[in-house]
Every structure is written in structure tokens, then in C-alpha cells.
Design a protein around this ligand. Structure first.
Ligand code: SF4
Length: 350
């Protein structure tokens, strides 16, 4: 390889288009949950401990971008989106939605933010009130935010939202109760409820994991189409890397409350740099039956988030750990061997 090849292969800008201000900007976010010591623990004055659910997460999401937060259960991805939503209190750090700081706001002060920021939950059965008709559920955000002067006006907005969410013709669904809908239809009602205020950012926590396999793709295709047509950003929590690779622009891999790798989805999947990402990718089922590559099984369980390992928090399970890994915590940075500027990894050896 000659010198010009080397410099070209070194770092490439993702785009030459002038950057737009981000929809979401998270900086050094931390969320700790106190551990209940119990009566005996308090009487014996055991040391108060905390679960480090989110531990210094920084994230930027642009308009129309689809970002997937991936990792094992307990890695902090759901806690991260719940803290961004304001449903869980942050201990420190900053969350800006369209430039507005939201950390430290009361629920009442968060209300205007929810015009821009909506959430879809994992469980389409639990997220709808069984006593409410579809029309009541989807109309509720309009009433809370004072949108739609008349009942008729709000009804039209409800019908339009249901159509946008793929429940067409909307007249067929609008007066039903949740028990009269399938799981996929319920999740579409939840999506319609989230869309009716035309938010700029949708947070989705495993939005298809409780749906039948046959309807998962259609719901994900719907989310993908909505973000493209409405310039709406999506942050989706998922443990399914193949789904993330198919739909997301960017993949953010979390481990024990930290981001350990992030970058353009195709780049992260084709050129993973962190041993944890490589292990996650190795267990994704391969579409080619001739692919005999061996899944990489990580030794041991995820460490206790109360007692975070010193140094790199992945070192007790890392197959290539060295002595320095148990001594210093690697920062998230551009590795030497990658080609894309926004691909960053927290590993001493990357
Ligand atoms: Fe493994 Fe060390 Fe890299 Fe951590 S810093 S992922 S322990 S090689």
C-alpha cells in the first residue's frame, strides 16, 4: 500500500453536508439507583451502595436519524432512555432536546418537552388502558397539550394518526377497546398516540420484542418510513443486532452503563473493534447456512453493577485482556484502524 492509500484509508468524514443542530444531545449522563440495605443493613450501618445504571453516557442524535442502543440485559440501555425521557431522575449530566435542557425539570416543567419527545414501550398490552377506546387513548395527548379546538377537529387528528400508524381504514379501529385488537394492532395504536403531537424524537424500548415474528418487520418498517417522511429521529433500545443493522443508521453498544463502541451501523457490524461487540455479533444467527463461524461465548456473567470492576469494566470477561486493562479505564475514542470519523471505541487495544 503506498502512502496515499494509507492516508485515504485512515479517516474519512461521514458527510460533507453542513451539520444541523442535534435533536438530542446527552452529555456525561449518570443515573444511579440506591440499593435497599433492608432494616438489618441500616441497623448494622452497612455501607450505602448504588447501582451504576448509566455511568457517563454522551450521545448525539440528529433529525431523521435512527439510532439503535444495543447490549445485554442490564447494560443500561433502558435506563438511558428512561432518563432521557425524564421518567428516571438523572444524578448528573445534561440532556438537551432541541437545545432545551431537561435534567432537573419537574414533571410539569417537562410537559412542553413532550411535544417534541415521545415514547413507545415494549409491552403493547400494558401500555393501553383496557377501559379506554382507541379514540380516547390516541386523543389524550391532544387534551393534555390543548391541541384541537373542537371534538370534531381532534377526531380528525386521531383518524389521521391511526392511518399514519397503518391502522387503515381508521374508522374500523377507532371505537374498539384494546382487547378487540391483536398485539401488532395495539402497538400501532401506541405508535399513533406517540405520533399525534408530531414529535421530533421517538424513544422506543424494544418496541417489537413482544410481538409475533410475523408482525415485527411490518412495525419496524412503519417506524423506518415515519422517520424518513417526517424527519423524526428514533432512538430504539434493542438486543437484536440484526434488526439494528437493518434499520439503524448508527449503532451504540453499551456495557455496564457505558458506551463501549458507536458508529455507523454498517461499519460497526462489518468492522467491530471492541471485543464485546465482536462477541455480540458472533452469536447473531447467520443467513448463510454454509457460514460455520463459531459463536464467541463470553465467560462469566455480567459483573454486578454495584461493584464496577476497576480499569476497563469488561476486563473480567475479555478474551484478550492485558495487565493494563485492569488498571486504567479506556476512554471512547477513534481507534487507529478504522476508516470512519464517527466510529469510536473504548478499548486500549483498538
Ligand atoms: Fe478487553 Fe482490555 Fe479492550 Fe477492555 S481495554 S475491551 S479488557 S482489551
Amino acid at each position: 500500500m503506498n502512502s496515499s492509500d494509507t492516508s485515504e484509508a485512515h479517516v474519512m468524514k461521514d458527510t460533507d453536508v453542513a451539520p444541523r443542530p442535534p435533536i438530542l444531545e446527552v452529555r456525561d449522563l449518570t443515573t444511579y439507583y440506591p440499593v435497599n440495605r433492608g432494616l438489618a443493613g441500616r441497623l448494622l450501618r452497612h455501607e450505602a451502595k448504588t447501582v451504576h445504571a448509566v455511568d457517563g453516557v454522551s450521545l448525539r442524535v440528529d433529525a431523521g436519524e435512527f439510532v439503535a442502543l444495543v447490549g445485554e440485559s442490564g447494560c443500561g440501555k433502558t435506563s438511558t432512555v428512561m432518563t432521557i425521557l425524564g421518567a428516571t431522575k438523572a444524578n448528573s449530566g445534561s440532556v438537551r432536546v432541541k437545545g432545551e435542557e431537561t435534567v432537573g425539570r419537574t414533571p410539569r416543567e417537562m410537559l412542553p418537552v413532550y411535544r417534541q419527545l415521545q415514547m413507545i414501550y415494549q409491552d403493547p398490552y400494558g401500555s393501553l388502558d383496557p377501559r379506554f377506546r382507541v379514540s380516547d387513548t390516541v386523543e389524550e395527548p391532544l387534551l393534555v397539550h390543548g391541541v384541537g379546538a373542537t371534538r370534531q377537529e381532534r377526531r380528525q387528528l386521531v383518524l389521521a394518526a391511526l392511518e399514519s400508524a397503518g391502522l387503515s381504514p381508521a374508522d374500523l379501529y377507532v371505537d374498539r377497546f384494546p382487547h378487540e385488537l391483536s398485539g401488532g394492532q395495539r402497538q400501532r395504536v401506541a405508535i399513533a398516540t406517540a405520533l399525534i403531537l408530531e414529535p421530533s424524537l421517538l424513544l422506543a424500548d424494544e418496541p417489537v420484542s413482544m410481538l409475533d415474528v410475523s408482525v415485527r418487520a411490518s412495525v419496524l418498517n412503519l417506524l423506518d418510513e415515519l422517520r424518513r417522511t417526517r424527519d423524526m429521529a428514533i432512538v430504539m433500545v434493542t438486543h437484536d443486532l440484526s434488526t439494528a443493522g437493518h434499520f439503524a443508521d448508527r449503532i451504540v453498544v453499551m456495557y455496564l452503563g457505558r458506551i463501549v463502541e458507536e458508529g455507523p451501523a454498517k461499519e460497526v457490524l462489518s468492522n467491530p473493534q471492541h471485543p464485546y461487540t465482536r462477541a455480540l455479533i458472533s452469536v447473531v444467527p447467520k443467513p448463510d447456512p454454509r457460514d460455520r463461524s463459531t459463536p464467541q461465548t463470553l465467560s462469566g456473567e455480567t459483573p454486578n453493577p454495584v461493584d464496577i470492576p476497576v480499569g476497563c469494566r469488561f476486563h473480567p470477561r475479555c478474551p484478550i485482556a492485558r495487565e493494563e486493562c485492569s488498571q486504567s479505564d479506556p476512554p471512547l475514542r477513534l481507534p487507529v484502524s478504522v476508516r470512519i470519523e464517527s466510529h469510536r471505541v473504548a478499548c486500549h487495544l483498538a
